[in-house]
Design a protein around this ligand. Structure first.
Ligand code: BG6
Ligand code: MG
Length: 223
C-alpha cells in the first residue's frame, strides 16, 4: 500500500447533505420532488450530470435548453457555496484527521479523487489542503465516476501503480470507479447502497492505517 485516494464529499466532510439540500431546492422550483433514496444516485456524480439525472427522473430532460440547464447548475452551486460557507476543521468527519496523520507517518501518499470542482476550496476551509500530494481536477477528465478515470489519474499524478493504491468512497458510483481502476475499495456506508467493496465501515471513525494495510495486503495476496 503506497497511497490512499480519498473521495471528499461524505468521506472527509459531510457536505453530501448540502449537495442534497441545494439540489432539492432546484428540483422544487421545477416541480420535481427528490428524496434521500434518490439522492444516493447523485453521490459522486458531476454537477451537470446530477441535473440531468433529476430531469430524467421527472421526464423533463428535453424540456430545457443548454443555457437554462447551465443557469440551474450555477444556481445550485450558489446555494451550495452558501451552505458550505462556514466550514472549518471542526467539520472534518470523525477519525479522518487521525487517519491522515497515521498514513503520513507511514509514508503513504495521499490524494483527492473528488468529482467536486469545489474540492480545493473545501479542503482549504477544513485546513487540510496541504496534507494531500495530489488533487485530481475533475474538469480535465472526459468521464466522471462510475468510470475509473479519476482514480487512475490520481495514481498517475503520484507515479504509482494502480494496485498500490486504496480508494475510499461513500457512493455506489465511486466504489465502482475504484474497483474498475484495480485498486482496493473501502466503502463508508451501507452494503445495500455501495455494492461490492473490499471492505466496508459504517462510519469514518472506524478507519485506521492498520485496517487499510490489512485489507490491501489480503487483496494483493489473493491476486
Ligand atoms: C461529488 C458529490 O463529490 O461532487 C456530488 O458527491 C456532486 O453530489 C459532485 O454533484 C460535484 O460537485 P460540485 O461541487 O462540483 O458541484
Ligand atoms: Mg462522496
Amino acid at each position: 500500500m503506497k497511497a490512499v485516494l480519498f473521495d471528499l464529499d461524505g468521506v472527509i466532510t459531510d457536505t453530501a447533505k448540502y449537495h442534497f439540500e441545494a439540489w432539492r431546492d432546484i428540483a422544487k422550483s421545477l416541480d420535481i420532488e427528490i428524496d434521500e433514496t434518490f439522492n444516493e444516485k447523485l453521490k459522486g456524480i458531476s454537477r451537470e450530470e446530477s441535473l440531468d439525472r433529476i430531469l430524467i427522473c421527472a421526464n423533463k430532460v428535453d424540456s430545457y435548453t443548454k443555457e437554462e440547464k447551465l443557469r440551474m447548475c450555477e444556481e445550485k452551486n450558489k446555494t451550495y457555496i452558501k451552505l458550505i460557507g462556514s466550514l472549518t476543521s471542526k467539520d472534518i468527519l470523525p477519525g479522518i484527521s487521525k487517519l491522515i496523520k497515521e498514513l503520513r507517518e507511514n509514508n503513504i501518499k495521499l490524494g483527492i479523487a473528488s468529482a467536486s470542482k469545489n474540492a480545493p476550496k473545501i479542503l482549504e476551509s477544513l485546513g487540510i489542503k496541504d496534507e494531500f500530494d495530489c488533487i485530481v481536477n475533475p474538469s480535465l477528465l472526459e468521464r466522471g465516476k462510475p468510470y475509473p478515470d479519476i482514480f487512475i489519474e490520481g495514481s498517475k499524478m503520484l507515479n504509482l501503480e494502480q494496485y498500490d493504491c486504496i480508494g475510499i468512497e461513500d457512493s455506489y458510483s465511486g466504489i465502482k470507479a475504484i474497483n474498475d481502476a484495480n485498486m482496493t475499495s473501502i466503502g463508508v456506508g451501507k452494503k445495500e447502497v455501495l455494492g461490492k467493496c473490499d471492505y466496508i465501515v459504517e462510519d469514518t471513525g472506524l478507519l485506521s492505517y492498520n485496517t487499510l494495510l490489512q485489507v490491501w495486503s489480503k487483496k494483493v495476496d489473493l491476486a
